[in-house]
Design a protein around this ligand. Sequence first.
Ligand SMILES: [Zn+2]
Length: 237
Amino acid sequence: METHRHAFRSLPVTHWPRRLGLAAALVALFAVAGCAPEATRQVPARPVSRPVVQQDLPTQAERICRTGLAELGADFVPLPDLTAGSCSSSNAVTLYHLASDNTRVVVTNLPRISCSLSQDLSNWTRFGVSRAAQQILGSPVVKLETFGSYNCRNVAGSSRLSAHSTASAVDISGFVLADGRRITVKGGWSGSSEERQFLRTIHQSACKRFGTVLGPEYNRAHEDHLHLELGGGKFCR
Ligand SMILES: [Zn+2]
């Protein structure tokens, strides 16, 4: 894992995996032309008449999301899209680290998570989780433990596809603090008063940042993790 630590941040945009449409090719072509010295500037009169070499350019949405995620201080590697039966995942990344105020935060078990969800997770980790840990527990968070994101399955006990089937949900199971303490959702939800206050505080802050948040109060299936899901609708339990 460590070998990937700076894998993304060191990659220039042009090296990302790409699927290049004609429009994107032309944008890139004109961008290059626009930056060239006057003497070498050549804009083809009929650029569409030539076949375009199919490079692996990211879509604009992918590029915007990945740039935003990098600016949030995350270390990640962009992934090609995936289709597996009725499940699919686009604009996803492998996520290794997030950044909080003064520390890097390791995230575990996220080989495939939506880029947009990664941005929300990043902001929640920094502004919701690590600051709450500092204030309530006296130490910032250095590791976020998860049960993963992408998982081609239905919602437990139903025939409806879970948001995990598109890598649009992540299950948070625990936190390691800079002083070495480890707080799990399963143990801490009914743990010391500090742990209970910390977990309820970050549950509430998650509800402000994610579309759906399910925790131990929701049902037995969530007694050991917080389910955080992208989406416009607000459902917080
Ligand atoms: Zn979940």
